[in-house]
Write a protein that binds this ligand. Structure first.
Ligand SMILES: [Zn+2]
Length: 182
């Protein structure tokens, strides 16, 4: 069947930057609900719309269509004393950036350096400012269930079997990972 609104698409991918450095080898495919539900990047949906199982393509997505440009104002240096021990590069903390306007919500900061009693934190998405090259390979297309359409995301098989109340709001546990993040 063709990929149209309200189909669930399984797509294997390899992700590299514009210089062909491999960023992710896509061991786990993207499984998403197609049709503007913001389950995956719009550029991926556009590339796959109307296609079928077996279709493969390579697309390049500029930062502004992916995870945005790198924002230097999201780089912060804080006192080491504000943080728990042990503290390691790669740890994540939630915080509100100083420049944020009301209602923008929290940003996840990643520790990128610890030195001389200071901690460097970066609130940019790890893929911000990077042009992304996806090799996409469609391996499954199926109609979405009414429940998936109602929830606006694809379900892993059997996930909702013993869950017949409608308190799914805010619970992401039943979703496939559909947007690539590390
Ligand atoms: Zn759900």
């Amino acid at each position: 069947m063709k990929i149209t609104k309200n189909t669930v698409v399984t797509v294997h991918y390899k992700l590299s930057d514009a210089q062909n450095n491999l960023l992710e080898d896509g061991q786990d495919p993207i499984v998403y609900l197609h049709g503007g539900y913001e389950n995956t990047l719009p550029a991926i949906e556009n590339a796959l719309d109307g296609k079928e199982v077996g279709y493969s393509t390579t697309i390049q997505i500029e930062p502004e269509e992916a995870f945005g440009d790198y924002d230097p104002s999201l780089l912060r240096v804080e006192e080491r004393g504000k943080f728990p021990s042990p503290l390691e590069v790669g740890m994540q903390f939630e915080g509100i950036p100083e420049s944020s306007e009301e209602g923008e919500g929290t940003v996840v900061f990643v520790v990128t350096d610890i030195a001389d009693g200071k901690v460097v934190l970066d609130g940019n998405h790890p893929l911000a400012g990077i042009a992304l090259r996806f090799v996409l390979d469609v391996t499954e297309v199926r109609p979405a269930t009414p429940e998936e359409i109602e929830h606006r995301h694809a379900h892993a098989p059997g996930v909702h079997d013993d869950d017949d109340d409608d308190d799914d709001e805010g619970s992401d546990s039943d979703q496939y990972r559909s947007i690539i993040i590390h």
